[in-house]
Write a protein that binds this ligand. Structure first.
Ligand code: SF4
Length: 488
């Protein structure tokens, strides 16, 4: 379907687009003003005209516009959205802010009236459902508890290292990742550049009075364990010469793809004090794994997990995705049963987001161009659905495993307009995930596509994103160091 929204002025266009897409995820939606004659003249299957009145309070005007549009779309489609009009802001930020404010004024966190005030605000402003409000408050309270013992201040930071290579590229992927085979003879050069970037940044920061002591370290990507054992050993050893890892709160390596995990790599990580790893099945249904381009079997997941336990990892996370092609209740239950048998320490439940740059979206687009229908090409007839029912199944499994929700975020174009939630057992949560999601600490990030974030106590957040393209990054790293130094 072709949907148009005509506004009387070019304001809140992004917000309006996001909300309409939430109701019509697979349709073409364009937002334009009266001045855009070309777009005004186009034939549409659905056309809405919205008037934004003059306003003084921008946030109040935006909230009111979104609420009106929400009611219109809900009536038209007969649907409601679990998070209501909430978009462009992390759901936990709202309760977190209100809890922080209450704490600063000396109110007890367990005060039931406080919970009611948060619920009332989220319901009135965003039309969020009771279940999601409850989830957001639970997560924010858990985050506050977990962050309380940390010494966070303007001079503290965590490190992120990006390894943008994977054994193969998953169909839904939009991360900056390349197949490792194609880079085999240039990996050493890439790692060398990462180390140079780190060393030069560390020197500049130390000159400015920062300690060379990160709070947490996180290796992500891509798939860090796509590197060889020797490459991992060399990278971490060199990092330890640059930074003081003595009092690290946490060292996470997203091993991720089971087909990249071997005993020698795990032993290297263990030797260097890596405290948390991920072994990510995404699904335990072989048919789906094949369909989404993950070149591994369900047996590989079990084998990698068992191996990591045998080598002594006592904090292993598993990621799963809901809304994968052809997966409904039965397939999700299979995955959850298998996960429960493996018994990980934390579980991250993602809702599939079909993003513009993914091969999945490309497949859909090409197919539509061919015959005018968005029928998912090779995936014709397969559902791509996530629902609150499936999220509840995953939440119940986490509950049986003794886990509680501790971080939560949403992305654009998520199936079912739901969320990604991290669950963990006591003592097994990933602090880095909370620090980055809630923007509670600066993150110094290295490597292609890595995003550095400077967070100051006053609530100001500045960013520098390294080029995604590995070659461009390797060429420009010196400029990036200068920019980072200026930011801190
Ligand atoms: S493992 Fe992750 S980063 Fe690598 S291709 Fe798959 S989704 Fe992308």
């Amino acid at each position: 379907m072709n949907i148009g929204i005509k506004l009387n002025k070019d304001d809140f266009m992004y917000d309006v687009h996001s909300l309409v897409k939430s109701f019509y995820p697979d349709d073409d939606v364009s937002i334009f003003t009266e001045d855009d004659r070309e777009k005004c003249a186009l034939q549409r299957d659905l056309l809405f005209e919205l008037t934004i009145p003059d306003y003084r309070d921008r946030k109040a005007a935006k909230d009111a516009l979104k609420k009106d549009l929400y009611h219109l779309l809900a009536a038209l489609t007969g649907q409601s959205l679990p998070w209501g009009t909430l978009s462009g802001i992390r759901p936990t930020k709202i309760p977190m802010k209100m809890l922080d404010k209450a704490e600063a004024s000396g109110r007890p966190m367990a005060d039931p009236v406080l919970k009611e005030e948060i619920s009332h605000y989220m319901k009135e402003t965003y039309e969020t459902s009771d279940d999601k409000i409850d989830l957001a408050i639970r997560v924010a309270s858990e985050e506050k508890k977990l962050l309380a013992p940390l010494k966070l201040g303007d001079f503290s930071y965590s490190l992120y290292v990006n390894i943008p290579f994977c054994p193969s590229i998953c169909l839904y992927c939009t991360f900056a990742s390349s197949p490792i085979d194609r880079w085999a003879d240039r990996i050493e050069g890439y790692l060398d550049t990462v180390i140079r970037e780190m060393l030069a940044t560390r020197d500049r920061l130390v000159q400015k009075g920062y300690p060379a002591k990160p709070t947490t370290v996180y290796f992500g990507g891509g798939t860090p364990t796509a590197l060889s054992a020797d490459q991992l050993d060399c990278l971490i050893s060199r990092m330890k010469e640059i930074w003081d890892f003595q009092d690290l709160e946490e060292f996470t390596v997203e091993a991720g793809r089971p087909d990249s995990i071997t005993a020698d790599k795990l032993q290297v990580l263990k030797k260097h004090g890596v405290s948390r790893i991920s072994v990510n099945p995404q699904t335990m249904n072989q048919k789906t794994l094949d369909l989404i381009g993950r070149d591994h079997t369900v047996g590989d997941v079990r084998a990698a997990f068992d191996l990591a336990r045998k080598i002594g990892f006592d904090n292993i996370n598993m990621d799963m995705i809901l809304g994968l092609p052809g997966e409904g209740r039965e397939e999700v239950l299979t995955t959850l049963e298998e996960i429960q048998t493996m018994d990980p320490d934390s579980l991250t439940v993602h809702s599939l987001a079909i993003k513009r740059a993914s091969r999945l979206k490309q497949t859909i687009r090409e197919d539509r161009e061919k015959d005018g229908q968005a029928d998912y090409g090779n995936f014709e007839g397969l559902v791509f659905e996530n629902s609150e029912d499936l999220m509840d199944l995953a939440g119940d499994c986490a509950d049986r495993l003794g886990m509680v929700p501790y971080y939560l975020y949403r992305q654009k174009n998520m199936r079912g307009n739901l969320e990604n939630t991290g669950f963990a057992r006591p003592g097994k949560a990933c602090l880095y995930n909370i620090l980055i999601m809630e923007e509670k600490q600066s993150i110094l990030a290295f490597g292609a596509g890595a995003s550095t974030k400077r967070v100051t106590g006053g609530g100001r957040i500045d960013r520098i994103v390294n080029p995604k393209n590995v070659e461009v990054y390797m060429e420009k790293w010196r400029d990036l160091v200068k920019k980072k130094a200026a930011l801190f």
